[in-house]
Design a protein around this ligand. Structure first.
Ligand SMILES: *[C@@H]1O[C@H](CO)[C@@H](O)[C@H](O)[C@H]1NC(C)=O
Ligand SMILES: *[C@@H]1O[C@H](CO)[C@@H](O)[C@H](O)[C@H]1NC(C)=O
Length: 201
């Protein structure tokens, strides 16, 4: 790797902790920031990068997700919004958007499609007038395959999505600290009412 490329690479990784502290993902969601960044890219081309602002339209479909893996490990992936229903009044913190466990590794990349979907992906739906919400992705490395005793949630209902805590979830299944993460922010746009309809709200 050229030294210029190496520098860009290093900067990419060291940005996770500083951006999570700056935007208070630490301590609102986790007590320590992961050292590594996840790469998250949506079918629309939108990329998640250290608290950048994206629109609900840009993030409506399941993104492609990558992080540095160990070949024989399993991983748990989540996406949570600590700002439900708003950052000022986060009484439903966290609203979880995506939760997948037992993600295997295939040819040195995480094979998210073959993971066990606990909660199907739901894009951002920040209500009108509630400002920017933070959408936080975290990955945990499992010590072994886990038998999850969680309700399986579909993308057609908002039930049981709120009042979640990824920190409590990680403690329950002894996942340790997150090994990688990233996040974006989004506020209301015209896609939100469409998503509400999908959720039967
Ligand atoms: C909802 O989930 C189903 C699979 O259960 C999938 O086929 C569909 O595309 C998803 N819809 C949206 C809008 O994400
Ligand atoms: C969260 O819990 C409170 C009570 O503890 C309840 O009133 C509220 O409806 C719950 N919100 C969600 C989104 O589940």
């Amino acid at each position: 790797m050229s030294s210029a490329r190496k520098l860009v690479f290093l900067r990419f990784f060291s940005s996770v902790a500083s951006s999570m502290e700056k935007h208070q993902v630490v301590p609102d969601v986790i007590s320590d920031a992961p050292q590594k960044a996840m790469r998250i890219k949506y079918p629309t081309g939108a990329k998640v990068a250290f608290g950048n602002v994206l629109t609900p339209t840009e993030v409506k479909d399941i993104p492609g997700v990558k992080w540095a893996v160990d070949a024989n490990a399993f991983y748990t992936l989540c996406m949570v919004d600590p700002d439900a229903p708003s950052r000022k009044d986060a009484k439903w913190r966290e609203w979880h958007h995506w939760l997948i466990g037992n993600i295997p590794v295939e040819e040195n990349v995480p094979d998210v499609c073959r993971g066990e979907t606990l909660s199907e992906y739901i894009g951002s739906a920040p209500p009108k007038g509630t400002g920017l919400h933070r959408y936080v992705f975290l990955v945990y490395k499992q010590k072994e395959r886990i038998k999850f005793s969680e309700p399986r949630l579909t993308n057609t209902s908002a039930e049981k999505r709120g009042n979640f805590s990824i920190t409590k979830f990680a403690a329950k299944y002894k996942l340790g600290e997150p090994i990688a993460g990233n996040f974006y922010q989004a506020e209301y746009d015209d896609y939100v009412p469409i998503l509400f309809k999908q959720l039967g709200a």
